[in-house]
Ligand binder design. Sequence first.
Ligand SMILES: Nc1ncnc2c1ncn2[C@@H]1O[C@H](COP(=O)(O)OP(=O)(O)O)[C@@H](O)[C@H]1O
Ligand SMILES: [Mg+2]
Length: 268
Amino acid sequence: MSAIKVEQLHKRFGDVHVLRGLSFDVQPGEGVVLLGANGCGKSTMMRCLNGLTPVSDGKVWVNDQCVQTASRREVKRIRQQVGVVFQRFNLVGNLSVFQNVLYGALGRQRWGILGAMAPLASAEERDKAMACLERVRLADKAAQRAEELSGGQQQRVAIARMLMQEPEIVLADEPIASLDPKSGREVMELLWDVVRERGLTVICTLHQLDVALEYGERFIGMKAGHIEIDAPRQAVDKALLHGLYQGQVRVDGQTVSEPQETHDLAPA
Ligand SMILES: Nc1ncnc2c1ncn2[C@@H]1O[C@H](COP(=O)(O)OP(=O)(O)O)[C@@H](O)[C@H]1O
Ligand SMILES: [Mg+2]
């Protein structure tokens, strides 16, 4: 069984052929770092994995269930198995840290009806949310508004929210790109620790090669919409990974890699 399997995945946005036949297979519990220059298609690929973006051709399986042929209800269930961590945290700033964790991860609920459903949280769910906050060492901030926290703290809340969902697979798209180096390191350390202690499968994009080499157990490197490298940690070094950022790297024909625009996993 695979946690994620992708076969001949193609994605086009109009004339732009963004994903050009990707195939790979991720085993349960694997820790994959996804690398590639800006504009090579990483975020688009991540969005295809949990059905947020429809594929143009090819197939994606999550826990051996095909996302393209799944019913709407099955896609919902697949998404509940896939936790996401975004570059921009995506917390609801004016709600408390606790509420963000308690309600944010429940894929089936919408923020619009939050007021109506708030009293429905069971004591058990509230305890669980608190335990998730304790795990990211922010229990003391539970009552504070999310927007009052530092970037690093907000990303730790987002990790607690992800844990609340009890996913089997975690997709993290540039989780530390908006943070200063020190809090970025702390967040990465925490993310990898919680993923490891629960035996979760993770695919994480990063743009700092040093950090990537520290955490990745397997590296998938993309260049201009195709997979250039797929290798275990021991088979890659910085020089090899550097090659991903040279030459024709983007999918849209531009020759330079522009500074990172933020394309999170959220639907465009
Ligand atoms: N919703 C969209 N509509 C049109 N083009 C898109 C859309 N999303 C991404 N693209 C294009 O796909 C290419 C790859 O983008 P992206 O997947 O965000 O790359 P990366 O995450 O590697 O920087 C870019 O040229 C981008 O402009
Ligand atoms: Mg991206």
